[in-house]
Design a protein around this ligand. Structure first.
Ligand SMILES: Cc1cc2nc3c(=O)[nH]c(=O)nc-3n(C[C@H](O)[C@H](O)[C@H](O)COP(=O)(O)OP(=O)(O)OC[C@H]3O[C@@H](n4cnc5c(N)ncnc54)[C@H](O)[C@@H]3O)c2cc1C
Length: 286
């Protein structure tokens, strides 16, 4: 470990105070599974780690009046074993069960996944199609809400300000979400692609559809061309042919990349999205 200081923040006001005081010199640490990797690489030398892991107010999963709330400090393990999420956001639940390995899941938090903001964050496509809202708070400016669709501003960058803490995420409960992670192995693998879809059918027509892609562009994001191509159509092979074409405009995979060629990603993503849409339409992701 190089030149870092450490502060333990047992409560949210303690953490907000520390951020307000230290500004850019503070670096929040929740599960530490990203932060420790950066520290070992000597990044952000000279900063003060502000530990928010023990803040109980930041963790927990609840549902009230059809709105699901997940505290930012909730671990991926808790999500992967949540009966609430199995019913009310089965895609998010399914992907949590494919995240890393059990040990990493016990430390890693959903807030860290969002705030780290990398293209391959497994939880992000599901949160995007759930139209989740990120609730953030700072000592100076109080609380504000950021739609997930506006939070990822660049590779590893978000619109969460340096004096803000992500406190929780909210979204409307639905069974109509499907999500699939493709990795080189079933566990301990960073995604080649993660996709999610929300599909609402009216009779035999796609009335509403949201699709999101991870690990195939610089940031995770909605596949707006694909959404427009399938909405109002039947869930059939003609629609999936249009989907495959439209999706090509929604991704810009790096080439070369460590985990996959761009051409493989371009070929496999339409297959994954088709499957995610079928799971979403039938509500059978879990
Ligand atoms: C072995 C290993 C395997 C992994 N496998 C996967 C995988 O399969 N899928 C995947 O998506 N990721 C994976 N990761 C990456 C990492 O585990 C996830 O991104 C995880 O969700 C980060 O959560 P954390 O609580 O550990 O974040 P931390 O490392 O504590 O923090 C990450 C970043 O978020 C900020 N932050 C944390 N909490 C908040 C908050 N409440 N408000 C504002 N900012 C905050 C921190 O300041 C930091 O910049 C893996 C990492 C390791 C080491």
């Amino acid at each position: 470990m190089k030149n870092y200081s450490f502060i333990n923040a047992p409560t949210l006001p303690d953490a907000l105070d520390a951020l307000d005081r230290l500004r850019e010199k503070a670096w929040l640490v929740a599960g530490g599974t990203n932060v420790m990797v950066f520290i070992r690489a000597g990044k952000r030398d000279g900063t003060t780690l502000v530990n928010i892991r023990d803040i109980t107010a930041l963790s927990g999963i609840s549902e009230k009046d059809g709105i699901v709330t997940i505290g930012a400090g909730t671990t991926i393990s808790a999500i992967a074993s949540s009966d609430i999420l199995k019913e009310s956001a089965p895609g998010l639940y399914a992907v949590a069960n494919q995240f890393a390995d059990p040990t990493t899941r016990n430390s890693a938090t959903i807030g860290g996944n969002v705030a780290n903001g990398t293209a391959g964050g497994d939880m992000l496509p599901s949160l995007l199609v759930l139209d989740a809202i990120a609730h953030v708070e700072s000592k100076a400016d109080g609380r504000r809400e950021i739609p997930l669709s506006e939070i990822f501003t660049g590779p590893g960058k978000t619109s969460i300000a340096s004096n803000e803490i992500l406190t929780h995420l909210t979204f409307r409960a639905t069974r109509h979400i499907g999500a699939i992670k493709l990795g080189a192995r079933k566990s301990m693998s960073i995604a080649i692609a993660t996709v999610a879809a929300y599909v609402e059918m009216k009779d035999d027509t796609i009335a509403s559809c949201r699709i999101a892609l991870g690990a195939v562009s610089a940031t995770p994001g909605r596949a707006r061309n694909a959404e427009a191509a399938v909405t109002g159509r039947k869930l059939d092979n003609d629609t999936f042919d249009l989907l495959a074409v439209a999706l090509q405009k929604d991704m810009s995979p790096r080439d070369p990349s460590v985990r996959s060629t761009a051409s493989y990603r371009r070929s496999v993503v339409p297959v994954l999205v088709k499957r995610a849409m079928m799971l979403a339409a039938t509500g059978e992701c879990m």
